[in-house]
Design a protein. Sequence first.
Length: 252
Amino acid sequence: MKRLLIPAVLAVTLLAGCAHTPPTDPADPLETVNRKVYGFNTEADRLVMKPVAKAYTWAVPALARQGITNFFANLNYPTVVINDFLQAKFLQSGQDLLRFVVNSSYGIGGLVDVGSNIGLPSHDEDFGQTFGHWGVGPGWFLMVPFMGPTDNRDAVGRAAGIFTTPTYYLASGYDVPKYSVSALQVVNLRANLLGTDSLLESQFDPYIFIRTAYLQHRRSQVYDGNPPQDDDLLYPPPEDEASTPAPAATAK
């Protein structure tokens, strides 16, 4: 019971602190710490992850890398199906469940994206988006060691998503293949992002660029690609300002 209560209390505490903050004015009270973590992540990437990702792209043909990317997308698809349902997207949930079954069987475990070829497009839903769908704001922006950018809402969402990932349920006796699969997923993801390195390196302040890009991207996902254009509707002025009448024009 304690194991269940402690994560639940932490989740409620984090989500209670979430506020609706626009990407243009993010809540980042930990910016000083976040920047240090970002510097650490950047150095770790330069020394380890980027060289490994380059070696991976050199050794593994592009067709094989695409198959591996498809495999991991399909492996994580139960999370998509569950969050479709939790967001009351029942038709999409059924379609995504069918896509998962088709790709897992006819697509050889997801290596081949058969679903997209038969009219079952891919969707991207997770617990962070589900929280946002039901009105929970992002809260503070966070930079996590080795994991990169997130926020209060998505941090809780990622923790919940662990339990809907099939690799979590591998028996303890299979830790070696379990961690090998996770390592391959991380390397493959980093290899897919190699093309964005030049864009990031050209930024005057890469930290601000990543923070803004992340928050805008997640906001777009919460609203299924159609976020409200007028932020004033989402973030109205304080009540005292809104109730203050505008000064009358002086007649000439």
